[in-house]
Structures are given as C-alpha cells and as structure tokens.
Design a protein around this ligand. Sequence first.
Ligand code: URA
Ligand code: SF4
Length: 190
Amino acid sequence: MSDWIELERRCLACQKCALADTRTNVVFGKGPRDARIVFIGEGPGENEDLRGEPFVGRGGQLLDEMLSLIGLSREKNFYITNIVKCRPPQNRDPLNTEQDACVGYLWEQLELLRPRVVVCLGRIAAMRLIKPDYRITKEHGQWVERDGVFYTAIYHPAALLRDPSKKPDTFADLRSIRAKLRALCPEVYS
Ligand code: URA
Ligand code: SF4
C-alpha cells in the first residue's frame, strides 16, 4: 500500500510534460488495487479533468453499463486508468512525447496490480500496449499473451456513442473477456 501512496503522490505532483500546464486535476486511476482486470483509455477528457476520475462522462457511463452486464464494476473488481494522466487540450490525441513522458506511471501501476487481463479502450491505448500498428477495426477482441498477462482491445466508448452499429461487436468482445476471466481467475465471479 505504501508503494501506491508514494506512486500516487508523485503522479499528482508531476510536471514532466506540458499537459501539466493546462490540467485541472491529474487523473490517476480508480478501482480496487487487487483487481485482476484493468481497462486503459488514452487520456482524460473534460469531465475527467474536472473530477479527477477516469471515464466519468457519457462514454464512461456507457462503459460502466456494458461492463455491469458481464459482472464487472469499478467499485468491486476492475481498475481503470489512462495512458496519459492529464487532459490533452481540446481532447486531441495525446502526442507520442506526452505518452512517453507519462507511460512509466502506468507500468508502475501494472507492476503493483499484477492483473491477468488488460483491456485497451480504443486504438491509441492498443497501439501503445499491444503493437504500434494495431488496427482496431480488424483486431479488436483478439488476444495476445505476454508473460502470463492477456491483452486485448475493444472499441473506445466514445466510438460506440458516435457509431452504435459497433455495439454488437463490442458485446461479443465482452463475452470473450468474461470467458477469459472465468478461465484464468474464477475468483472474480465467485
Ligand atoms: N476517454 C479516455 O480515453 N479516458 C477517459 O478517462 C475519458 C475519456
Ligand atoms: Fe506528468 Fe503524465 Fe501529466 Fe504529463 S500527462 S504532466 S507526464 S502526469
């Protein structure tokens, strides 16, 4: 626990990139620190910046509703955070230099959490965590194993709000995530 406190303190005071100048709050992450599954977005939006919590706008609401259908909640059993912890102005994609500056915090979070399953929310997170040429339309829902950790990506909830015809694919991916959790860490559902 002391490691978490020290990490969060360091992150909340961070000035390593220019996003520090325009943020209201650093958005560190949310969820139980013994979670077996972690969801990772690209970076905070306006609501997240104002509240200091990840995925609390319309997209976040949709995500929570969908995840509750497979028995997951940020109160009980998943952790959620972003590649960059401060909001990019006008919600632009985080620059590679900003991601490089920030992603170390994510690695430290993952080292402390030691999840079995990592789900990227959208292309930006998947390009950083799965492979640089990740194609979300083609490759969402596919699994990659690395050192006993299973990685996948689903559409970003903002993409589902823009284009609801993507929802059936995402529900199929969520069923696959549930099956993976049941196989790897049944305690999530016990
Ligand atoms: N979009 C993201 O990628 N992350 C958030 O926290 C909110 C919106
Ligand atoms: Fe630091 Fe990350 Fe915020 Fe940049 S985005 S100031 S690296 S916490």
